[in-house]
Design a protein around this ligand. Structure first.
Ligand code: ADP
Ligand code: MG
Length: 324
C-alpha cells in the first residue's frame, strides 16, 4: 500500500488588504505512512489548519499536489474513509451526547443507535450520554468529537489540536484513545503544539513554521544528540576550570558541580578526573534530547516563546484568496 497522505510542493496564498499576497503554506512536502500516528507541529499561525483543510478538500491549494489514500485530496470516494475532528468543534448545546451522535450518524445515512451508544461507551461517556452537551466539560466534548469521528469507521483520522485547552487527565484520556486507533490499524494525523503529547504518541512528525516544513522524520531519528549529566560535590573551582574547555560546565555552586557531555561519549574519563581531584560523584544521568529543544531549534529566530504572531500574517484579510 502506498502512502496514506502525500503532498508535493503544496502552496496556499491569500491576498492581503493592501493587494499583495502572503504565502501561508509554502511548498510543503509531507509523507505519512499508513498505520502511523503523524504529528504536525508548529506555532500558532504556522499553517497547520490550512494544510488540513486542503487535505480534506474544504479549501483548494494555490498550487502543488495533495493525495489522500492514493487519490487526489477532495475526491468524494476518499471522503468515506476519512474523518475530521476540527480545532473548535461546535455542538448544539441543548442536545444530549447521544442525540449529537445520532445527528452525525444521520448525515452518513446511518440509523444505528446501538453503534452510537457503543462508541460513546468506548470514549467513556456511557453514563453521561443522556445529559445535554451544555453540562459537558471540555474534555467530555472532545471525547464526543472522537466518538463522532469514528462513526464511519475511518481509515484515516485528522485531529486538529485534539488536546488543546484540556486538563492533564483529559490529555491522558485522549492520548490513550488515539493510541487505540493506531492499534486498530488506523492512520492518525494530529496537528498540535502540545509537544509532550506528541512526544509520547507520535511515530513521525513534521515541524512547520511560517508555512514551511523545517523538519520531518521519525522521532527517534530527530531526537538524537542527548546528553549525559554528571553531578558531583566537593569540587574546587580549579577542577571546574580545568574541565571548562573540553566539557559543557553547566554550573558550579558551593562545590556542587554539574557537567554534561554528549551521550555518544563514555563518561568514565570525566568521572575518573572528578574523583581524582577529590570530587564526590552524586549522579550520572543520561538525558534524552527533548522534542521541546528540537522544536525550539527548528523554529529558532522566531518569537514563539513569547507567543508573538508574525506581523505580515496578521495583515491578511479573512477570505480573499489569490490564484497567483
Ligand atoms: N481565510 C484566510 N484568509 C487570510 N488568511 C488566513 C485565512 N485562513 C488562515 N489565514 C492565515 O494563515 C496563517 C495560518 O493559519 P492556520 O493554518 O490557521 O495556522 P495554525 O493552524 O498553524 O495555527 C495565519 O496567519 C492565518 O491568519
Ligand atoms: Mg490551527
Amino acid at each position: 500500500m502506498g502512502l496514506a497522505i502525500e503532498t508535493r510542493n503544496l502552496v496556499k496564498k491569500y491576498k492581503t488588504r493592501k493587494g499583495s499576497s502572503i504565502t501561508v503554506v509554502d511548498n510543503v512536502d509531507l509523507q505519512v505512512e499508513p498505520g502511523e500516528i503523524f504529528g504536525f507541529l508548529g506555532p500558532n499561525g504556522a499553517g497547520k489548519t490550512t494544510t488540513i483543510k486542503i487535505l480534506l478538500g474544504i479549501i483548494y491549494q494555490t498550487s502543488g499536489d495533495a493525495f489522500i489514500l492514493g487519490k487526489e485530496a477532495g475526491d468524494i470516494a476518499v471522503h468515506r474513509e476519512l474523518s475530521y475532528l476540527p480545532e473548535k468543534p461546535y455542538y448544539y448545546e441543548h442536545m444530549t451526547g447521544l442525540e449529537v451522535m445520532q445527528f452525525y450518524a444521520s448525515l452518513f445515512g446511518m440509523k444505528d443507535i446501538a453503534k452510537c451508544k457503543s462508541l460513546l461507551e468506548r470514549v467513556n461517556l456511557g453514563n453521561d450520554m443522556n445529559r445535554p452537551i451544555s453540562q459537558y466539560s471540555k474534555g467530555m466534548q472532545q471525547r464526543v468529537g472522537l466518538a463522532q469521528s469514528l462513526l464511519n469507521d475511518p481509515k484515516l483520522l485528522f485531529l486538529d489540536e485534539p488536546t488543546g485547552g484540556l486538563d492533564p487527565i483529559a490529555h491522558i484520556e485522549i492520548r490513550d484513545l488515539i493510541l487505540q486507533f493506531r492499534e486498530e490499524g488506523k492512520t492518525v494525523f494530529i496537528s498540535s503544539h502540545e509537544l509532550s503529547d506528541v512526544e509520547r504518541i507520535c511515530d513521525r512528525v513534521a515541524i512547520i513554521n511560517k508555512g514551511a516544513v523545517v523538519a520531518q522524520g521519525r522521532l527517534e531519528e530527530l531526537l538524537v544528540g542527548g546528553r549525559i549529566e554528571v553531578t558531583a560535590n566537593n569540587c574546587t573551582t580549579e577542577l571546574a576550570d580545568s574541565l571548562r574547555d573540553s566539557h559543557n560546565l553547566v554550573s558550579i555552586n558551593h562545590g556542587r558541580m554539574i557537567v554534561d557531555i554528549p551521550d555518544s561519549k563514555n563518561p568514565n574519563d570525566l568521572v575518573g578526573a572528578i574523583a581524582k581531584a577529590g570530587g564526590e560523584i552524586v549522579s550520572v544521568i543520561p538525558r534524552r534530547k527533548r522534542l521541546e529543544d528540537f522544536f525550539l531549534e527548528a523554529v529558532s529566530g522566531d518569537n514563539i516563546a513569547k507567543g508573538r504572531h508574525q506581523p505580515s500574517m496578521l495583515e491578511a484579510t479573512e477570505t480573499e484568496e489569490t490564484d497567483s
